[in-house]
Ligand binder design. Structure first.
Ligand SMILES: C[S@@+](CC[C@H](N)C(=O)[O-])C[C@H]1O[C@@H](n2cnc3c(N)ncnc32)[C@H](O)[C@@H]1O
Length: 217
């Protein structure tokens, strides 16, 4: 059996109202037509996690952010086929788009699965998770909200742990304020399956957004 071809990126960008290449807050409640909790996946790649989560949790609204055209085409094609009404894809660099698209405290959950590790020393500056980005996520999450992270790259895992543990807005849910060994309640991502098959150790992290006011400046 031959797989159905993916919808082209230009067709999605021009016609699909669930694909958002926007620079301002879209009123998410109006977007989804309801006030279900907003859950954001940062860097969904080929999108299997996003699709599975949206199918499993019809009472939550899922926003995926990425700039990877092939992955976006895949998600939009599968979303259409499965008739999932609770997914939107917001296009672009999350470092630029998150401040523009979300109000403070608007997100219930954030997932960052296997962010690019940039293993070469001269590229480490490109890593997404840095103290300012951690603060930004803290601002956009509601008190009591959660962020889930995963990586197989030990050095980056240690950086994530340090940055989130040092941010007063977050409380680590792992044993001894460290890593979780497994994550059975969430679907496995494409990278996760590949790394597990290759015998890599996976570092899982989970933090709660504490209920203290976001500092304004
Ligand atoms: C290593 S892949 C992981 C994909 C998926 N989460 C998984 O676990 O299978 C990282 C993804 O993050 C996306 N990404 C990296 N930096 C980004 C940024 N600044 N803004 C939006 N997406 C980004 C990439 O395009 C890629 O799809």
């Amino acid at each position: 059996m031959t797989a159905k071809p993916l919808i082209s990126f230009s067709k999605i960008a021009e016609e699909d109202l669930n694909f958002l290449d926007i620079d301002e807050w879209p009123d998410w409640q109006a977007q989804f037509g309801n006030s279900q909790p907003l859950k954001l996946e940062i860097g969904f790649g080929m999108g299997s996690f996003l699709i599975e989560m949206a199918a499993q949790e019809p009472r939550s609204n899922f926003i995926g952010m990425d700039f990877y055209h092939k992955g976006i085409r895949k998600v939009m094609t599968r979303k259409k086929k499965l008739q999932l009404e609770n997914i939107r894809v917001a296009y672009g660099d999350v470092r630029i788009k998150i401040p523009l698209l979300f109000k403070d405290g608007e997100l219930e959950t954030v997932y960052i699965n296997f962010p690019d590790p940039w293993p070469k020393k001269r590229h480490t500056k490109r890593r997404l998770i840095k103290p300012d980005f951690v603060k930004l996520i803290g601002q956009k999450l509601a008190p009591g909200g959660r962020i889930y992270l995963a990586t197989d790259f030990e050095v980056y895992a240690m950086e994530m742990l340090e940055y989130f543990n040092s941010e007063p807005l977050f409380q680590n849910q792992g044993p001894g304020s460290g890593f979780l060994e497994t994550r059975e309640d969430l679907p496995k991502t494409k990278y996760e399956k590949n790394f597990i098959n290759a015998g890599h150790k996976i570092y899982y992290l989970e933090f709660t957004r504490l209920g203290i006011a976001t500092p304004t400046n």
